[in-house]
Design a protein around this ligand. Structure first.
Ligand code: G6P
Length: 611
């Protein structure tokens, strides 16, 4: 969704804000704006990328050591200069930036119109700036108090930052449902949607909880709840470094992140099992041993790529631990009155840990008595905090909007959980665990080797870059991989692609196949290899073009397919970790060849904090 950054201190704010906005641009990129205070309140905003805003402010007054910036992903009001943030109050005294949605904005607006307010944008955010000023004037209260009272009237989700021309030593931020982190430096403070704009200056941060307001006034940070109860801010030291959020010589974040997968998978597995004793070192398994032994069912919720990881999870838990699993789109689950009870374990998967639907789904499941495990990448984000237990994927910051390394890291941790659950429920043996652990230890080298297919993938991408449609087929563990491959292509190249269970093709998509249709098939050796070969023949008989992902050394499929990409052999349930890699590379190179902005595809945002 939108990205927020703010600064108050002894340096010039502008360079910090612009650099921060560029780091947050993955959250939204249809327009950007900044507000700077230096006696005057200077606001500059522009439709388009942060670089366009930067161009636009050349030669203008950008001085000031208090300021805030915003990069937008439109919800209310089309992306244009006027609807860009910051928005100002009626008198122009108060400026606000906002990430989220104010659901009752129409009612609030009506009341403000009645009181003589006039609005220049179509946004919900502008209403809040007016409301704060209205309350401040009518109640003769301080800016802090007016913000607090205004938030009592707001229904919806928000992370906001506020500055006022008349209070140049104050910076105020608040959150409910959308993330906001405060950075604490030496005589300076930062606020941002995530820590990436901050870590260059300080590693000490405090994540606000829902319903909390941070007031920075005369060099002091105070955190209070919306009900005016003072809280002691929990300040933590981040381990993230600058290098991990920069491109490191790669042309795009997505390509860097694809190539980071040997490390991100390794980091997500590291220290969590001991191959010698065939034991686990995961807090979730230890602390919830009783629960895991007795649970009746696992429900996995997520959105987008995380939902695909959940599908792999379904296969893993049922196959290895023999536990029934349901995988649900979080957005459907939360609104369809699902049957959930105390014997259920709900696993919420989310890279960002902030996806609004996933968060709402676990709140619902919690109310119904279920135990919640979060599987997230962003430390300290909302979903892990709302969960009873869980595990982090140690994939490092993922900046490319299309998720890559987070997916494989999620699958790696789900594999460990499935094995761990199997052990606790007596569904596996030490011998099997040793074998599984040795395969897991070998996986990072196999992922590394898989990345060598890139030159072959580039050749294939050249052939198919102008195709209008793609079909992705897989069976068993290959099916979620096919879905994820299709999603990657759609997201970044805008080619229509569908993932399908290979055998289901006969019940519909086969009608689409002709000599123009590339069909990517996950055809690795496993117990349904022969069945997949039959499906390949069905495509070939209709002149479709086969791009097959095959096991190293395979000659059978190679003899039938138009193009093959080899991946190292591994145990079937670890195959998603390797088979996904060539599909990520294929979508990346096709998108680059089509001139698409792979890191910031149109209409998408990395973190969807609205319903
Ligand atoms: C957005 C992103 C996807 C991501 C999905 C779920 O749509 O563009 O890449 O898979 O949200 O995000 P989460 O952070 O919950 O994994």
């Amino acid at each position: 969704m939108c990205g927020i950054v703010a600064y108050i201190g002894h340096r010039e704010a502008y360079p910090i804000l612009i650099k921060g906005l560029k780091r947050l641009e993955y959250r939204g990129y249809d327009s950007a704006g900044i507000a700077l205070l230096n006696g005057n309140l200077n606001i500059y905003k522009k439709q388009g990328k942060v670089s366009e805003l930067e161009e636009n402010v050349k030669g203008k007054d950008i001085s000031g050591s208090l300021g805030m910036g915003h990069t937008r992903w439109a919800t209310h009001g089309e992306p244009n200069d006027v609807n860009s943030h910051p928005h100002i109050s009626q008198s122009g005294e108060i400026a606000i930036i906002h990430n989220g949605i104010i659901e009752n904005y129409a009612t609030l607006k009506e009341a403000l119109l009645d009181r003589g307010h006039t609005f220049s944008s179509d946004t919900d955010t502008e209403i809040l700036a007016h409301l704060i000023e209205d309350i401040k004037q009518n109640t003769h209260s301080t800016l802090e108090e007016a913000v607090r009272l205004a938030l009592h009237e707001v229904i919806g989700a928000y992370a906001i930052v506020i500055v006022s021309k008349n209070d140049p030593t104050k910076l105020i931020g608040a959150r409910k449902g959308s993330p906001l982190v405060v950075g604490i430096g030496d005589g300076e403070f930062f606020m941002a949607s995530d820590a990436t704009p901050i870590i260059e200056y300080t590693k000490n941060v405090s994540y606000l909880n829902d319903g909390e307001i941070a007031y920075i006034k005369d060099g002091t940070l105070t955190v209070k709840t919306i009900n005016n109860v003072e809280k002691v801010p929990y300040i933590q030291t981040l381990e993230m470094n600058l290098e991990s959020i920069e491109k490191g010589g790669y042309k795009h974040f997505m390509l860097k992140e694809i190539h980071e997968q040997p490390k991100s998978i390794y980091d997500s597995l590291r220290g969590r099992f001991d191959p010698v004793t065939a034991t686990f070192a995961m807090r979730s398994l230890k602390e919830y041993e009783g629960k895991i032994k007795n649970l009746n069912r696992i429900i996995i919720v997520g959105c987008g790529t995380s939902w695909h990881a959940g599908l792999v999870g379904e296969y893993l838990f049922e196959d290895i631990a023999r536990i029934p699993v349901e995988v649900e789109y979080a957005s459907e689950f939360r609104y369809r009155n699902p049957v959930v009870n105390e014997d259920d374990l709900v696993i919420a998967i989310s890279q960002s840990g902030e996806t609004a639907d996933t968060l709402a789904a676990i709140e619902l499941a919690k109310e119904k008595g279920a135990t919640i495990f979060g599987l997230c990448n962003v430390v300290g984000s909302s979903i892990p905090r709302a969960s009873h237990a869980g595990a982090y994927t140690h994939a490092g910051p993922e900046i490319g909007v299309a998720s890559t390394k987070a997916f494989t890291a999620q699958v790696a941790v789900l594999t460990l959980w499935a094995l761990g659950f199997a052990e606790l429920r007596g569904k596996t043996t030490k011998q099997h665990l040793r074998e599984a652990f040795s395969q897991l230890e070998a996986i990072t080298e196999k992922v590394e080797r898989t990345l060598h297919c890139e030159s072959k993938v580039i050749e294939i991408a050249k052939v198919f870059k102008n195709s209008r449609n793609f079909l992705y087929l897989g069976r068993g563990y290959g099916f979620p991989v096919a879905l994820e491959g299709a999603l990657k292509l759609k997201e970044i190249s805008y080619i229509h692609a569908e993932g399908y269970p290979a055998a289901e093709m006969k019940h519909g998509p086969i009608a689409l196949i002709d000599e123009e249709m590339p069909v990517v098939v996950i055809a690795t050796k496993g117990n349904i290899y022969e069945k997949v070969i039959s499906n390949i023949q069905e495509v070939k008989a209709r002149k479709g073009k086969i791009i097959a992902i095959v096991t190293e050394g395979d000659t059978k499929v190679a003899g039938m397919a138009d193009y093959t990409i080899e991946i190292p052999e591994t145990i079937d349930y670890l195959e998603p970790l390797v088979a996904t890699i060539p599909l990520q590379l294929l979508s990346y190179h096709i998108a680059v060849m089509r001139g698409c902005n792979v890191d910031q595809p149109r209409n998408l945002a990395k973190s969807v904090t609205v319903e």
